[in-house]
Ligand binder design. Structure first.
Ligand code: SF4
Length: 319
């Protein structure tokens, strides 16, 4: 008999691992997908899938999530996290893959009541409805306190062997992880940058300056950030950060030539005024007593005196 096949949305958290194991205990074949974006590192998903010994893949989600950041139909959470629409879009993508690759259903590790806004009963229903996945989505950890799904009714999944988890506590999850003998138990907390207040503040600045894109969102993880004229400037805080900014290889790079100093990157409108101002800001983090000269990766040079720190603060967008 061909085994029942299930495809899970898998961030790498404990709940997703347990949801997978609960299905595997029923002999169901499970694969995992982690959605990749500038805001979410897929490594945790890869590690957790390896612990379970299940096939795993990353799916690029950047354009989906960036599109949602402009005007999410269900609104934002506390910061820049459009969780309800983000979940719904992930499930839509998962359903497309499942139908194409002949999986019988999709699942997630969501638990009723675990997050006050995005995982209460109403939000779970909304996500299911707006993603058009009520025919195919199972939440194994809370299934027994939710309406039966078509998969349970058709006998593909034994509802009696699914769980009735409810609320924010992790005691039962930790007991289960212990009983399963997981060699790795992920710590709680989503790891999504959109929920981080400092990063969200930077992203909001990017959006207000009409500069929101996947590449720019990736770059503003680095350095001190300054808002310029329809542009932002990034200034490395350490040599390690300068190296990462160089490696990312995006935007106009500025490198001070005559004294040791930080690397600068301009995103957005490339004007002489912006690049000179960025050079002045970079100079303020050097010991230079004379004007500094910065060379761009487009072979242009910009010379400026160090900006007064009080003046500099007018442009600074703090993390
Ligand atoms: S925490 Fe981030 S990745 Fe998770 S649903 Fe919310 S926006 Fe999406």
């Amino acid at each position: 008999m061909t085994p029942v096949r299930a495809l899970g949305a898998f961030s790498g958290g404990l709940d997703g691992m347990l949801a997978s194991r609960v299905l595997m205990d029923q002999g169901i074949y499970v694969e995992a997908v982690t959605f990749d974006s500038p805001f979410f590192d897929v490594q945790a998903g890869k590690t957790a899938a390896a612990v379970l010994g299940i096939p795993w893949r990353a799916v690029d989600f950047t354009s989906d999530i960036v599109a949602l950041l402009f005007d999410p139909p269900s609104g934002f959470g506390k910061n820049m996290n459009p969780c309800i629409d983000c979940h719904a879009t992930m499930f839509k993508r998962l359903k497309e893959i499942a139908l194409k690759e002949k999986f019988d259903f999709i699942f997630s590790g969501e638990v009723v009541g675990q997050r006050p806004m995005s995982q209460n009963r109403g939000s779970l229903n909304r996500v299911k409805n707006i993603s058009f996945t009520s025919d195919i989505l199972l939440r194994p950890l809370s299934a027994r306190i939710l309406d039966p799904t078509p998969m349970e009714e058709a006998g593909l999944v034994d509802r009696d062997r699914l769980l009735d988890l409810n609320g924010r506590g992790r005691t039962r999850q930790l007991e289960m992880a212990g009983a399963y003998g997981f060699s790795h138990i992920p710590s709680p907390g989503g790891g999504c940058l959109l929920t981080d207040p400092g990063y969200a503040n930077r992203l909001r600045t990017l959006k207000e300056a009409d500069l929101l894109s996947g590449d720019n969102a990736r770059m503003i993880k680095f350095g001190r950030m300054f808002i310029l004229d329809r542009a932002v400037g990034l200034v490395g805080r350490s040599s390690e950060e300068n190296d990462k900014m160089l490696e990312a290889d995006f935007g106009i790079q500025l490198d001070i030539q005559n004294v040791p100093g930080p690397l600068g990157i301009l995103l957005g409108e490339k004007t002489g005024k912006n690049l000179t101002l960025l050079t002045a800001i970079m100079a303020s983090y050097t010991r230079a007593q004379e004007p500094v000269t910065a060379l761009s990766n487009q072979n242009e040079t910009f010379t400026a005196e160090r900006i007064d720190p009080a003046e500099r603060e007018k442009y600074n967008i703090r993390l």
